[in-house]
Design a protein around this ligand. Structure first.
Ligand SMILES: Cc1ncc(C[n+]2csc(CCOP(=O)(O)OP(=O)(O)O)c2C)c(N)n1
Length: 579
């Protein structure tokens, strides 16, 4: 049976068909739907882990335990999981293990655009790269075979366009894989120096074996056509090239690490010019040059930044671009914004009014950096707000501690914030940390996390108590407040900043978009009372606009949170019945 499927859903289908039993993941765009879809198969145990390192280690443990296992993450998640990644290359697996990593060229939803192929090279692991949904399914199944045949985790690299586009896949039945026995083998599984040193040559031999496999693997495919120019490509590059040049000669690499040498050299010999088309870094190109294969075009014409596209390829090769219908009027910009009723809004307004320095983190609350709130001063990676404030305050002294806060979401705190808090307590730091607890992992689209009381499969689970956790690591001042109550919030932040010991403020209110949260009726502006002072506009609510010297509430957007009511000094924004 054929079915139209999202790339991520096709990877999940591949897990099902390959007999995978264990999935552990941490959400991250554009990879999140893989575990979500995998969880819909009753044959697969699937869970959210608190972070990618835990997900990786759990999947590795399941593979040691003899099952086919899987974990997934976005590209920056692989940084978090890098420690077990490298050493699992030495231990190898028992049951097959596949690791999906989704890159985000053009940074649709990421803080950088790193190229995950570097990890495959550095960790000496095989990496497959599908270019459509059918290959997502097929390559996932193949990745398990390679993992077991070469005794190592196998990486599967996707990117936003492959993960989030739909194409046809052919469905097959699941093939069960019984648990393999776990046989004690310390030399293989206990990576202390005396054992690991013996494993390293095995890793090198495996790379040589994988290169040999890559030379004749069916997923490294030569499609001969016009021999004036030959293109070496992988992933999305293949799709764009085929659309631009239906008759071109293309070497499509389905396996992007390790790369074949003879296959590419033979292909190069059959074409007059050789051009390498790859997104982000020039990894294939460098490999070709290192092996003495002539490259006539690559990163010098395409550059290493952003996504490729049909027109970018055409433009880089000096071709005429197809004509497009264009609008006479420019399309208005729609920058991302905190939703109406978002519990983070009042908090950032308060911090902005207090004029404090805010060490930010990654989540919906990163949008607090945008105007008019403009409340964030730093954002690096998940968890960096808390460890960052510790370093910042330590070098800048007591005055800084009275004027600086760290803000972090509930999911991010569980991911990697807790260790930063331990650092503060242990090293006698004095910093104020605010946990923005909206009871969900909001940014990536409402995934459960250890504080929410639900699992990925939708079952009830014990919820980690943030206040008890912070107390247990030694924070004596833990306050809980409602971020909708602006005056109370301001008072609490001021008190905690003045304290001479570490403190945590948990600003708790569920995300307005959660199905169980009911919106209040939309507010209205009493035009007679509104003096046009624009104070209400300072909170940057998308439901508020200003025109004809008066504020307006869009009733289709307003959820009645009454933050604007608290801003208005003349009582002009009120509930409908109060007007
Ligand atoms: C290492 C890493 N993993 C995953 C992500 C993707 N990601 C961005 S924000 C976020 C979590 C946000 O949830 P939370 O901290 O609860 O804040 P909210 O968005 O709900 O305000 C995730 C998983 C990332 N940026 N980096």
């Amino acid at each position: 049976m054929k079915q139209l499927m999202l790339g991520n859903a096709a990877v999940a289908r591949g897990l099902y068909e390959a007999g995978c039993r264990f999935v552990s993941a941490y959400p991250g765009t554009p990879s999140t739907e893989i575990p979500e879809c995998a969880a819909t198969y009753k044959e697969i145990y699937a869970e959210w882990a608190p972070n990618e390192k835990v997900a990786y280690e759990a999947a590795l443990g399941a593979a040691f335990g003899g099952a086919r296992s899987f974990c997934s993450m976005k590209h920056v998640g692989l940084n978090v999981a890098a420690d077990p990644l490298f050493t699992s290359s030495y231990t190898g697996v028992n049951g097959g293990m596949v690791v999906a990593v989704a890159d985000d060229p053009a940074m649709h939803s990421s803080q950088n655009e790193q190229d995950s192929r570097h990890y495959a090279i550095a960790a000496k692991l095989p990496m497959l790269e599908p270019s459509d949904s059918a290959e997502c399914l097929e390559f996932t199944k193949l990745a398990f075979e390679l993992s077991e045949r070469f005794d190592c985790p196998c990486l599967l690299r996707t990117c936003t366009r492959v993960a989030h586009s739909q194409s046809l896949v052919e469905l097959s039945d699941r093939v069960e894989h019984m648990l393999k026995p776990f046989e004690r083998n310390p030399v293989k599984y206990v990576m202390m120096p005396a054992n690991a040193i013996k494993r390293h040559p095995a890793v090198e031999q495996r790379t040589a074996d994988l290169v040999e496999y890559a030379e004749s693997a069916a997923i490294n495919r030569v499609e001969m056509g016009d021999t004036e120019v030959g293109y070496v490509t992988s992933g999305t590059g293949y799709q764009y090239l085929r659309e631009c040049f239906p008759n071109a000669s293309i070497l499509k690499l389905g396996m992007v690490n390790p790369l074949p040498v003879k296959l590419i050299a033979d292909f190069a010999a059959r074409v007059k010019k050789l051009i390498v088309v790859e997104e982000l870094d020039g990894i294939i190109e460098t490999h070709l040059r290192a092996n003495g294969i002539r490259v006539d075009g690559g990163k010098d014409i395409f550059g290493p930044c952003g996504e490729l596209s049909q027109n970018r390829i055409r433009a880089a090769l000096g071709m005429k671009l197809p004509e497009f219908v264009s609008f006479d009027e420019p399309v208005p910009q729609r920058p991302p914004a905190l939703c109406p009723g978002c519990p983070h809004r009042g908090l950032f307004f308060t911090l902005s009014k207090l004029g404090v320095t805010v060490m930010g983190d990654i989540g919906c609350y990163t949008l607090g950096a945008l105007p008019p709130l403009k409340a964030l001063d730093t954002t690096v990676c998940m968890g960096a707000s808390i460890s960052g404030i510790h370093g910042f305050n330590t070098v800048r002294g007591a005055e800084s501690a009275k004027n600086t806060v760290a803000v972090i979401g509930d999911s991010t705190f569980m991911h990697s914030g807790i260790t930063g808090l331990v650092d503060i307590v242990y090293n006698k730091g004095v910093s104020t940390v605010m946990i923005l607890d909206n009871s969900i992992t909001g940014m990536t689209g409402h995934q459960q996390n250890p504080t929410t009381g639900k699992t990925l499969k939708g079952e009830d689970a014990p919820a980690v108590s943030l206040e008890k956790l912070c107390g247990a690591v030694g924070v004596k001042r833990v306050r809980v407040c409602d971020p909708y109550a602006l005056d109370e919030l301001k008072a609490i932040v001021s008190e905690e900043l003045a304290a001479d010991e570490p403190s945590v403020i948990i600003a708790r209110r569920p995300c307005m978009l959660l199905p169980e949260v009911k919106a209040a009726p939309a507010l209205v502006v009493d035009k007679d009372k509104c003096v046009g002072c624009k104070l209400c506009m300072q909170i940057g609510c998308p439901a508020l606009s200003f025109g004809d010297k008066k504020a307006h509430v869009d009733p289709t957007l307003c959820v009645g949170c009454e933050l604007c009511t608290q801003m208005c000094r003349v009582g002009a924004i009120c509930k409908r019945e109060a007007k």
